[in-house]
Design a protein around this ligand. Structure first.
Ligand code: DGT
Ligand code: CA
Ligand code: CA
Length: 573
């Protein structure tokens, strides 16, 4: 149930923005803004207050109507009024708010006077000098907007892999249903499982390419056709993502899949091997003169080049071709190797499911263990557990384990690493737990040395087993805090402490390149979902994707082991 206060506040601010853009009554707009600030600064979670039977309209500045809306949001439900506003206001228009000096009032003017409802229209109007004479604008603002729009155009916009999946998979499903489509796959960075993708690349095998392409460009998801020929199309999807489609004959499908999976650098490395043998490699096949010698499948091409199949996640020209030649490619960890999850929350703090429900979901996934790691008290926004509540939870876990033994629930904690590197619970409490996960949730701004030493200090605590989301980054949202990763890994290795690969799709932390550094440094990693609900246990596969991109093998990963074996690798237990 609990939705974070900050998220509720964001929704309220969005309502205020939309109302303001519409030109609504200023009292009304201000009431929502004020409510957003009040909710954001409450010392306790709105969800918790409601559970305690408190009336939100007792809060100063919040009337009955707003109190009801806040309660609806706190339960994670949609507000009909917000849905209606989203329908009334043109879809691209709120993107304008992300530009400097454009608040709702100026956006309202742009829409009302010039009919501008997206960034492209704004850019055109600015270039034509139409903004400077508008009320609330001027030459300086027009110039600043022109500059901002130009900078934005330069920055490639990349979307997170999970969002890309939600768009690509239904499309791929429909494409595979098209008559004459023999096979279809998403290639590109998507298939290499990069954390973000710049666009989608579809490869299709067919003997009737033109008909397939024709069908595809009329898909419901296609917003605009950029380019359209007999074997290829480039389109913009409604989700503001570009998609490149290539259709080839079955004899070329493997070669095309290989080529469009990339990376470009990997392709170049392969082509060099082909050329050295006097052959030619392109998206149609491997050729000796005019004769095709491979290309029906990818493996076919690799074999002909004298190489084993290289998994897409490794195809970044980071030594994989040499490793393949020497027969030293890693046997990458697989989802099926994972035997448990070492980071999950319940309603005791900011999770959405009960302990029993999480345990049942882990059992259904066939896991041998699940660590319950609710927050420690310092993380007030998640109403963290103090020693007494934690003791109660340990009791509840013990009872649960007595009832059923096939999936062991581990009593654990996501303990806050405080400003000075101390942990937010006394050792006397930590030592009662099966496993201790520690995490930084504050002071992201510390300079590198101070932040690194804070984490090293945390590892000095002999009960700390795993550092969760070690860099603190949120993809497309917040960069990593400054950290000397090499020093951290060396210390982790010395202390026998472990790091996490957090599988939340917007974290993927450790990032792939650091996974590889960690394995090289001899540090074992836990791939954990940080699930805040039963459905999020399924995020495990994103963590595995990241680990595979980091060259990790099952042996590098803690939770590929039985609990017995894992336990012997923890500290002080
Ligand atoms: P992205 O879309 O930025 O996330 O990354 P990719 O890797 O999907 O790149 P994209 O969409 O530009 O191209 C898809 C694949 O096509 C790329 O990974 C390799 C191949 N490719 C594209 N351009 C070239 C090229 O000029 N030479 C070679 N050898 N391959 C290319
Ligand atoms: Ca791509
Ligand atoms: Ca592309």
């Amino acid at each position: 149930m609990p939705v974070a206060n900050a998220d509720i506040a964001r929704e309220l601010d969005r309502i205020a923005d939309l109302l303001d853009i519409e030109g609504a009554n200023q009292f009304r707009v201000r009431a929502y803004r004020r409510a957003a600030r009040i909710v954001d600064t409450l010392p306790r979670g709105v969800g918790e207050m409601l559970l305690a039977g408190e009336d939100l309209d007792d809060l100063p500045g919040i009337g009955k109507d707003l109190a009801e809306k806040i309660a609806t949001l706190a339960q994670g439900r949609h507000l009909p009024m917000l849905n209606e506003l989203e329908r009334e206001v043109p879809p691209g228009i709120t993107a304008l708010l992300s530009l400097p000096s454009l608040g709702p009032k100026r956006v309202h003017v742009l829409h009302e006077q010039l009919g501008i409802s997206n960034i492209a229209e704004l850019a055109a109007a600015a270039r034509a000098g139409k903004l400077r004479s508008l009320p609330r604008f001027g030459a300086a603002i027009e110039a600043a907007l022109l500059k901002a729009v130009a900078e934005r155009a330069e920055q490639p916009r990349r979307i997170m892999l999970r969002q890309a999946e939600q768009i690509a998979e239904p499309l791929l499903g429909r494409l595979r249903q098209v008559p004459d489509v023999l096979a279809a796959e998403v290639a590109g960075s998507y298939r290499r499982r990069r954390e973000t993708v710049g666009d989608l690349d579809f490869v299709v095998s067919s003997n009737a390419a033109p008909a397939v392409i024709e069908r595809f460009v009329h898909d419901e998801e296609v917003a605009q056709v950029i380019e359209h020929g007999p074997t290829r199309a480039s389109v913009n999807l409604k989700h503001n993502l570009q998609l490149d489609l290539r259709a080839v004959l079955p004899a070329s499908y493997g070669a095309a899949l290989l080529y469009f999976t990339g990376s470009k650098a990997h392709n170049i490395a392969l082509r060099r091997i082909a050329v050295a043998k006097g052959w030619k490699l392109n998206e149609y096949g491997l050729f000796e003169g005019d004769r095709q010698i491979a290309g029906v499948t990818e493996a076919d091409v690799y074999i002909r080049l004298g190489l084993p199949f290289i998994p897409p996640e490794l195809r970044e020209d980071q030594g994989e071709v040499a490793a393949a030649q020497q027969g030293t490619l890693p046997a990458l960890v697989k989802l099926a190797d994972i035997r448990g999850d070492l980071h999950a929350h319940t309603i005791a703090t900011d999770g959405r499911a009960t302990l029993a429900a999480m345990a049942q979901a882990a059992r259904e996934r066939g896991y041998s263990y699940l660590a319950i790691t609710d927050h420690s008290r310092r993380l007030a926004m998640a109403h963290g557990l103090g020693p007494r509540e934690l003791t109660n939870q340990i009791e509840a876990i013990r009872r649960l384990n007595e009832k059923s033994s096939d999936c062991k629930i581990l009593a654990s904690i996501e303990v806050d690493i405080l400003e000075d590197g101390k942990l937010d619970l006394p050792d006397s409490v930590l030592k009662e737990l099966d496993l201790v996960v520690g995490a930084v949730h504050s002071h992201f701004e510390f300079p590198k040395v101070r932040q690194t030493e804070r984490l090293l200090r945390a590892m000095d605590n002999r009960y700390l087993d795993i550092i969760a989301h070690p860099t603190g980054r949120l993809i497309n949202q917040r960069p990593s805090y400054e950290l000397d990763m090499v020093r951290l890994l060396r210390a982790a290795r010395e202390h026998g402490c472990h790091l996490e690969v957090n599988a939340q799709p917007n974290r993927l932390d450790l990032p792939d390149t650091f996974c590889r550094l960690a394995a090289d440094a001899g540090v074992k990693l836990a791939i954990s979902t940080d699930a805040h609900g039963v459905e999020e246990l399924a995020f495990m596969r994103y963590g595995v994707d990241t680990a595979r991109r980091g060259w990790l093998q099952a042996n590098d990963v803690l939770n590929t082991r039985s609990w017995r074996e894992l336990k012997s690798m923890l500290r002080q237990r």
